[in-house]
Design a protein around this ligand. Sequence first.
Ligand code: FAD
Length: 367
Amino acid sequence: MSEINKVDIIVIGAGVIGLAIAKNLAQQKKDVIVIEKENIFGSVTSTRNSGVIHAGIYYDAGSIKAKFCAKGNRALYDYCQKKNIPHLNVGKFVVATSKDEIEKLESIYDKAKINEVEGISRVSKEYVNNQEPLINCYEALEVKSTGIVDQQALMTAYVGDLEDNGGMIAYNNEINSIDYKENGYKIKFSDGTIIFANSIVNSAGLSADKIAKLIEGFEVSKIPKIYYAKGNYFETNRKLGVKHLIYPIPTEASLGLHLGLDISMQMRFGPDVEWVNDLEYTVDPNRINLFYDDIIKYLPDIRKEDLIPGYSGIRPKLKNQGEGKSDFLIQTSKEHGFKNLVNLFGMESPGLTSSLVIADYVSSLLD
Ligand SMILES: Cc1cc2nc3c(=O)[nH]c(=O)nc-3n(C[C@H](O)[C@H](O)[C@H](O)COP(=O)(O)OP(=O)(O)OC[C@H]3O[C@@H](n4cnc5c(N)ncnc54)[C@H](O)[C@@H]3O)c2cc1C
């Protein structure tokens, strides 16, 4: 980018959420440019995740996550069907592997009912073992609407919709400053390019706080601190024929170290939670014992030598270790006073599942 340009909307960040928003706006005939600092889309958190289409069972009633996830689940299945995006409605079991955990299972079930999640039921060990003979549990929840999606194919479809409607992605671009003028924003890039935009959507994921800090006059107290909770995965070459996702009881910081499946039905395990200070993605092989000790509780056939360090992703958390759960934070002029500026903070799971619904909501916030 070297010329001076004017555009309706700048979306910062070409992850699954930024792309969903950009495509939505382009489909409404808005003039949209997505600014991405990497040379490809979706290479940060949006491909470093479990690829699960969540049902919305865990989130607190009334939270944005609960609302967006249940609606996002249905929207994503519809979109995937329409666009022929590889996905599978495999369903999942949340398993109590000891009697002590049954109470927690009950409270997840109650929450899911409040959140109006469809296709959820409490099932016996025998029911689970009829379908998954290798899984150990006392009791379980069956969640039929959970599935998996090929994230890369999903984002490719979002990019297709964006470009078909005249939008574009500008790669390898770093923003130096953002100035708010009466009629919009003056955005200056590190190569000297200047773009004027009527609206900005800050969807920079783990760096959304850094983008907010670039906005001249933006009140620092309105920028939340983002804590990094890394999620590591271990993979395996073993094929045990497991056909459902298997989740243990969730912890405060994550949904638990679960048995995931990729679109070819190959198992993997994770993510765990490792609080880190840097965006560094190496998986420490020494974490194998933590993984093995958790997995063996629900999959006794697993052997330590089956586990191979895989990939990792980092959750942009709005609460630090031990501080509890947080919701998505979608800030508009009501909160920060800047017209047509939307900041998205803490877009952790279920951000992939909710992407189409987040996009609808964010576009409704712009003039
Ligand atoms: C371990 C893990 C497992 C998960 N599992 C699931 C799951 O199974 N199901 C689910 O629904 N959700 C899941 N999630 C959440 C989901 O992955 C995220 O909600 C989603 O990917 C966030 O998308 P995003 O577009 O906000 O962020 P990102 O994918 O991080 O995209 C942000 C983009 O902004 C770019 N950027 C950053 N700074 C700048 C800058 N200065 N200028 C320009 N561009 C910039 C980045 O390069 C990046 O491409 C998981 C997350 C993690 C970490």
